[in-house]
Design a protein. Sequence first.
Lengths: 217, 524
Amino acid sequence: MNRYLPLAITALAILALATLFLVIAPGMQISAQGPSQGLKPYTEAEARGRAVYVSMGCLYCHSQQPRSLAQAPDAERGWGRASVAGDYAYDDPHQLGTMRTGPDLMDIGDRLPSQAWQLTHLYQPRAIASWSIMPAYPYLFEHKDKAGPDDVVVKLPAKYAPKSGVIVAKQDALDLVTYLQGMKRQYAPPKDGLRDNGYALIAEKQRDATDATTASN
Amino acid sequence: MQITETLGLLLALSFVISLLALTILIWAIANKQVHTPDADDARTIFEPGEGADIDYPDKPHHFDTARSGIDANSSSVVMWLIAAAVFWLIYGSLHGLAASLELHLPDLMSGTAQMTFGRMRTVHLNSVAYGWASQGGLAAVCWIIPRIFRTNLRMTGLLKVGIVLWNIGLAAGVLAIANGWTDGLEWLEIPWQIDIILAAGAACFVAPLIATAKNRNVHHIYVSGWYFLAGVLWFPVLFIVANIPGVHHGVEQATMNWWYAHNVLGLWLTPLGVGTAYYFIPKIIGKPVYSYALSLVGFWALALFYSQVGIHHLIGGPVPTWLVTLSVVHSVMMFVPVIAVAINQHVTVASNLWALKESMPLRFISFGAVMYTLASFQGSIEALRSVNSITHFTHYTVAHAHLGAYAFVSLVLMGAIYQIVPRATGKYWPFPRMIAWHFWLNVIGFAVYFFSLTIGGILQGLAQLDATKPFADSVILLKPYLEGRSLGGGLMTLGHVLLAINLIAIGFAKKTRETETENMVAAE
């Protein structure tokens, strides 16, 4: 190659092609779907809690995208049904995640609805599960001599409780728990919901092939 | 359903277009329809009389002497970039090491929000990707471009403005992330308001490099130039488009996210690394690359296939099936460009193994080049649905990412720094033995890092696929492997500190020479 301009134009055209296939085309298809029926926008407290989730970087250990049973036993673990594009219509920024150092949280509100449990767990995960490697978030809480009338006191085992006084949740912790409690997709998924059905299709083909072999025998 | 059919058609079309383009290219090369770069073009990087001869110490070759003038204005740009890059390398490594320790010692640093895992990890990624690798790569670009074009770097003032803006933006960005202000998308965490500074900085690199290309004194653009010139255009476009706020939300945003994130690797860091290796391997050895025509196939196949692999990060997720399949197919097609590059670079090194003993920079660079082949092969296989079900949400992916961004890109760039700095400053490295120590600390540290997370990741993935095992099992079994990662990461960081010490010391060292007539990184 000896000329700059053709190189530059072709290089940018290839990037434009990739953008068409990876961003624009799926973007049109996904936005045509709209929100799943039964999905509600976040309440103000949930949105504030979600902002705490984003800012602490929960994303780097927790996914929000249960896989289909054709691929993995996520649903059997109680992580919820396989999610579809419409389930995320109100998410900005999206928090699908790529790591499961901790469990998937798409349906955490269904699985662990207790505020007390969540607060204890956020204050010190090892107060609940000794094997946990989740960070503790003590700065979302306050150490007080005595709880005020509106304070939510965190229940702690003796090992992690302060020597005197109480641990109460700050607003950030309460909002975060409200967000987690709201994480449940109890409505039925839309029939034409968009998701990667590759695994189901492969399983179907394999079933057909097995059936054909059985039949020919 | 209409739309699905249209999109199915698009999917098939994308693959057909890419395949067709590749076929046309191969046909055109075979039938001499395009000017095929030939052995003479591959010699662009050599002076007349240079090359084809082994670099005997008693018979100095023409290494850059004739061009000493072209470094007059570019060496300060290059040194600014290298100093900044190494600063971010140390800063990023320390954050990476801290984040790694936090995963098996979770209560070690839990006192402040700034030090929580989710933020330390993010500061690590942004520091090493945008601070270290991007600037280290640009240093190599600013050093190599004047050489392959045989002209001095143009608009160096603008380049320096770009460097200053980029570092101010990045410093503000990581400060924002540490304090909880983030855009919340992987690889795009820096708030878009701060991204404006970074985008302005990146844009400052475009015009000078185009101007230098326009004023070149050679007819042919050497292969490194294709990678660099394309990469320098691709990155600002990617960065600006991906950071425009308010365009996407939900799953749309997720596909945009991975279109961007994988293209930062494929169309930015990879071209920087491959282009750098394509220059220094033949240059240090003194012989042109094995098959120059093949490099053309490698370049365009990389552009066509690598640009569409991003959605393999969402396999099994809430995105259209056709889109996932598209990225899986292109991931597998990555074998084409990778094999092309591998033949060129590895055969050149393999037929000149003596040179690895003579040159420490070459040792770093060829090690990195081999890691590129391995990382890409691994990536292609990892994108297969059956494999991905095991590895996707595990630390296996982290090991893979470091094989690419660290063992490949970073080691190539470290080699480039060891090669460039003595020539840019006219000084010897004050502690040459430390270079070898650095190399082995990084290679051994990385081996520990990689095998720990690869094995741990597979076990983690298998445990999570087994419904009879509680989730806790996948965490408990992982702990020793996470400790192994900290050990490996510690050794790697130590190696980086040695580089920084050498770099600071060379800053205080006296100038030893005016010209560059021999290999300044002498054999140990």
